[in-house]
Ligand binder design. Structure first.
Ligand code: NAP
Length: 266
């Protein structure tokens, strides 16, 4: 089993990585390989796992991710730092269970007709740099509404507990293959009208926005920020590709939600 480790700068993470490397080196079946890993272990938080995903996303079909958290309990980082021995045993087990979650595919069409495709684990957002964003939002090719406001967020189920939740989106169970569209400060009055509530669309549908102004836009893909001046339209859909996690004794999802947002689960 070839393993790569991604981590953050924190002292705690660095010391967990040191211990993890010692334990990997002590096992004949496990080797460190940062070029062609079969398993990528992220040590840090959910943000660290997002970065690990983007580092290896081109190979993510053949990779299993494992998240060890060194801060508070994460949604992607769900192994604890005191469970390293158990993690090593699990990595040495051939018949391991895995869980797969949906990703978001974002296709940006520029005015010169060139296309740029991105993959997000949490979400993609779009905002206008200076003025109110004006766009037509279509679902599966049919015009749904004309949007005016700060912007829109398009989230995966696992991203529903991230930025999506902060802008009033619903928390979605990660096994539901759907995309959530959430408004960011929409303008609603007698002249301009949008649905005004988040929408969850199925994996067989897609959403697209046609931008109405020759403006600069800030497009985020998870933690990555792209500023572009010449966007014509963007199409969002649940990707064919998925992210795979080496299955753990995964905590009950709604307990994890409770633990993260309401109170600690004993
Ligand atoms: P970041 O500092 O890496 O992350 C911001 C916070 O979001 C961290 O506490 C991180 O958890 C948490 N987070 C990341 N993915 C999550 C998920 N799926 N469910 C619940 N919490 C999650 O920020 P960044 O590098 O700018 O952007 C990374 C992500 O952070 C974005 O994809 C976005 O979803 C989120 N974010 C949220 C807001 C907001 O809610 N207003 C603002 C900016 C970014 P850890 O501490 O475990 O890393």
């Amino acid at each position: 089993m070839k393993i790569a480790i991604c981590t953050n700068e924190s002292k705690k993470s660095q010391s967990v990585v040191k211990e993890l490397i010692q334990k990997i080196n002590a096992q004949e079946q496990l080797t460190l390989d940062y070029e062609n890993p079969q398993t990528v272990i992220s040590v840090g938080g959910d943000g660290t796992l997002l970065k690990a995903f983007h580092q290896y996303k081109n190979k993510s079909d053949s990779i299993e991710f494992v998240g060890v958290h060194t801060g508070h309990l994460g949604f992607y980082a769900d192994w604890r730092d005191f469970e390293l021995d158990e993690l090593i045993v699990s990595l040495c087990t051939k018949e391991r269970m895995k869980v797969s979650y949906p990703l978001l595919e974002i296709e940006v069409l520029l005015n010169d007709e060139s296309k740029h495709t991105y993959l997000a684990l949490n979400e993609s957002t779009i905002k206008s740099v200076t003025t109110t964003m004006v766009c037509d939002l279509s679902i599966s090719g049919e015009l749904f509404e004309s949007f005016r406001g700060d912007g829109l967020a398009f989230s995966t189920p696992t991203g529903s507990t991230a930025y999506n939740k902060s802008v009033g989106g619903a928390v979605v169970h990660p096994s539901i293959p759907a995309m959530q569209i959430t408004e960011i400060a929409s303008l609603n009055n007698r002249i301009f009208r949008t649905l005004g509530s988040p929408m969850i669309i199925s994996e067989n549908e897609w959403a697209s926005i046609d931008l109405k102004q020759a403006e600069s836009y800030i497009v985020t893909i998870d933690h990555i920020v792209v500023v572009r001046a010449n966007i014509q339209s963007i199409r969002y859909k649940i990707a064919d590709q998925k992210i795979h996690f080496a299955s753990t004794k995964h905590m009950h999802f709604w307990n994890r939600v409770r633990d993260a947002f309401i109170e600690e689960v004993n």
